[in-house]
Structure formats: structure tokens, C-alpha cells
Design a protein around this ligand. Structure first.
Ligand SMILES: CC(C)(COP(=O)(O)OP(=O)(O)OC[C@H]1O[C@@H](n2cnc3c(N)ncnc32)[C@H](O)[C@@H]1OP(=O)(O)O)[C@@H](O)C(=O)NCCC(=O)NCCS
Length: 341
């Protein structure tokens, strides 16, 4: 076995980060249908302006001048480290992945023992198992044909159909507020509260749950960072009006459109408060929020909306299927504790 050289890329070395980004993208997306990967522009910004609670490390593995593999390590305060290891198809099963994992372990020594990783292919599942990691969670990756959906949405008044995927039950007590970009000040407290609830509620299987408790300041910082990385945030929040003054936040949903690579639009979190589930609020939120995509020029260039749904999340699978999403592959998340002894 020829040993690979594994080097750490400086966060301001745009040329090497560009080479590394292309390699990781190919290793993770080859042979998959419309597989999303973060744009180069977002990645360069992420490395140039790291989050205060996070350090990002890029490793490139090469045989002479030829890059064959790499890794991304994200070390986050009070959370397991995220690790992605990729080896180009032509260079697999030669021990390079294992060599890269060894360097990752050395870098994590003294910083964290707990690591998590995600894979979308059987090779990755076998490799993570061979590294001693355990399956923590499994999710379907689903895609929706966005041009077809937006076409149907734009024409929904022409042939009204009560069974249409675009029909939402008009609950007179429900009001939905939608926006593109930063959350309106008047909705910010409720938005922060629901996002915290999402952290607590989202099914994570056997993975260690990380609670971020992002307050309103953290929400504003997040919005600025996402904008800097080229993301357009498309959001909706649902309120139920009650007899008492004011209204109760009942749920939210969020979509992200990349200005740099809009081909795949990302359907992020959708949450409906446990107390109000089963009343069509999730559907109303998703349909209303997707309707905002008509207003975003970048979305006109998109082919797909991508979302992830846990195997066990029956209600969300039913809603996604009804909206037209289809499963294309699956994500397996692993977790393990590094034994430094
Ligand atoms: C996962 C990946 C990084 C493995 O890289 P690699 O260089 O081929 O891995 P190694 O040669 O070091 O394999 C180490 C062990 O993993 C297991 N393994 C790796 N690929 C396997 C496969 N296709 N089938 C069965 N076992 C496999 C084996 O136990 C192997 O040891 P062995 O060859 O002595 O039997 C590579 O397949 C890849 O880039 N996949 C796409 C990205 C990805 O999913 N990464 C997941 C990180 S957890």
C-alpha cells in the first residue's frame, strides 16, 4: 500500500480550497441523482469567516501531485465534531480513507472524543462501520420537480381541484406570515422560540442531541452569515389566533436558495407545535412558503427542491409524497467515541 500525503489547507488559501472543494464534491456526489453540494463561494466564505463557536479544517490527501481524497472537520463548542471523509472512486479500497481517518483522529485529540459523520452510499456505511462508528439515524433524501410544481401553482386558479396538492384547508384561526431575507422584528421572538423547540423535537435517532438555544441575537447573526455565504432565506411562520389578546406561534418552515448555485433549492426545517399537529398547518406552511419562490429570480433557474425526512417520520413522509417529493437516496448518520488510549 502506497501511503498518501495528507496536508492541512490554510483557511485563506483559496486555490487549494478550490481544489479540495472539487474533490470532496466529486467523492460525495458521483453516481447520485441531483446530489447537492455546498457552492465553492459559500465554502470559501465559510473558511474565511469562521463562526465564533466553530473551527473548520480542510485536509487534502495526495499521491505525488494527484489529489485522491480529503476530509472536512467541523469542531463545534459543546457538540460532537462533524467529520466528512471522501476518496475518489478510482482510488478506493486502498486504505486511503483509513489513513485520512488517522490524521483526523490526531487533529481531534484533546479537543473532543465524540464524532459524527454522514454518508449517502453503501461504501460509506461499510467504511464508517469499519471505523467503529455506530448508526445513529437514517433519513430519506427527497426531491421535488420545482418547475413543474411552480407551473401547477401558478395555474391553480384555472382548474380548481379540491384534491390538488396545492390546496390548503382555510382554517379561519390560522394566519401565516411569510418573508424573504431577515425575520420581521415583530415575529422574531416567536421565530427564536420555535427554532429552539425544533432543536428539542427534531428526530435524531440515537445521535447525541445538540441544543443551541439560539436567542434573537444569534438569529440575526445567523441571517447575516447566511447572506454573506450567498443564501436567500425564504420563511413562513404560522400563528393561531385565540380569544385572548395576541396569538400563539404554531409552527414554521424555511427554504434556502443559493445565489451561487440555485439548481437545488433546500427545504430546511418544518415544525408544527405538538399541540397543533394533524390540522393541516404543516401543509399550509409549506405550500405558502414555496409560493414565495415565484418572487425570487434565482429560483427560476432551479430544477429541484431537496429535503430530508427521518425514516420514522410517517406524517412528514405522507405530506412530502403528496406534495410531489420522491425519495432518491438515503442518508445514514453515524456517531462514535474516539478511544485515544
Ligand atoms: C467511504 C470512503 C471514504 C472509503 O474510502 P476508502 O479509501 O475506499 O476506504 P479504505 O480503503 O480505507 O477502507 C477501509 C475499510 O472500510 C470498509 N470498506 C470501504 N469501502 C468498502 C466497500 N466498498 N465495501 C465493503 N467494505 C468497504 C472495509 O472494511 C475496508 O477495509 P478492507 O479494504 O481492508 O476490507 C469512500 O468510499 C468515499 O469517499 N465514499 C463517498 C464519501 C462518503 O460516503 N464518506 C463517508 C465517510 S464516513
Amino acid at each position: 500500500m502506497v501511503d498518501v500525503d495528507i496536508t492541512r489547507i490554510e483557511p485563506d488559501d483559496a486555490a487549494e480550497l478550490t481544489r479540495w472543494h472539487a474533490l470532496m464534491r466529486e467523492a460525495y456526489t458521483a453516481d447520485r441523482t441531483a446530489a447537492w453540494w455546498q457552492s465553492l463561494e459559500s465554502t470559501l466564505t465559510q473558511f474565511a469567516h469562521p463562526r465564533s463557536d466553530k473551527s473548520d479544517i480542510a485536509l487534502l490527501a495526495h499521491l505525488g501531485d494527484q489529489a485522491v481524497g480529503g476530509a472536512e472537520i467541523n469542531i463545534v463548542t459543546d457538540a460532537p465534531a462533524d467529520v466528512e471523509i471522501g476518496v475518489l472512486s478510482a482510488h478506493r479500497r486502498q486504505g486511503h480513507g483509513t489513513s485520512i481517518a488517522g490524521v483526523v483522529e490526531d487533529l481531534l485529540r484533546g479537543r473532543t472524543e465524540l464524532v459524527q459523520t454522514e454518508t449517502y452510499c453503501p461504501e460509506g456505511v461499510a467504511f464508517a462501520g469499519a471505523q467503529g462508528l455506530n448508526i445513529g439515524n437514517q433519513e430519506h433524501r427527497l426531491l421535488l420537480d420545482l418547475p413543474a410544481y411552480l407551473h401547477d401553482d401558478a395555474n391553480r386558479y384555472k382548474i380548481p381541484d379540491p384534491k390538488s396538492r396545492l390546496t390548503t384547508d382555510p382554517d379561519p384561526n390560522l394566519s401565516i406570515t411569510s418573508w424573504i431575507g431577515g425575520c420581521p422584528d415583530e415575529a422574531l421572538e416567536d421565530w427564536a422560540r420555535l427554532r429552539q423547540q425544533m432543536d428539542e423535537d427534531v428526530p435524531v435517532g440515537d445521535l447525541t442531541r445538540t441544543l443551541k438555544h439560539a436567542g434573537t441575537d444569534a438569529i440575526r447573526t445567523h441571517e447575516e452569515r447566511m447572506d454573506e455565504q450567498g443564501w436567500i432565506l425564504v420563511s413562513s411562520i404560522a400563528h393561531l389566533n385565540s380569544a385572548a389578546p395576541g396569538s400563539t406561534p404554531a409552527g414554521y418552515t424555511e427554504i434556502m436558495v443559493s445565489r451561487h448555485e440555485p439548481d437545488i433549492v433546500i427545504q430546511e426545517d418544518t415544525l408544527v407545535d405538538r399541540a397543533y399537529r394533524g390540522r393541516g398547518i404543516g401543509r399550509a406552511l409549506k405550500v405558502t412558503n414555496m409560493r414565495q419562490l415565484h418572487e425570487i429570480p434565482e429560483a427560476a433557474q432551479a430544477s429541484w427542491v431537496q429535503t430530508f425526512t427521518a425514516d420514522s417520520n410517517g406524517p412528514m413522509h405522507a405530506l412530502n409524497r403528496n406534495l410531489g417529493f420522491v425519495t432518491v437516496d438515503s442518508m445514514t448518520a453515524f456517531e462514535g467515541r474516539i478511544d485515544y488510549s
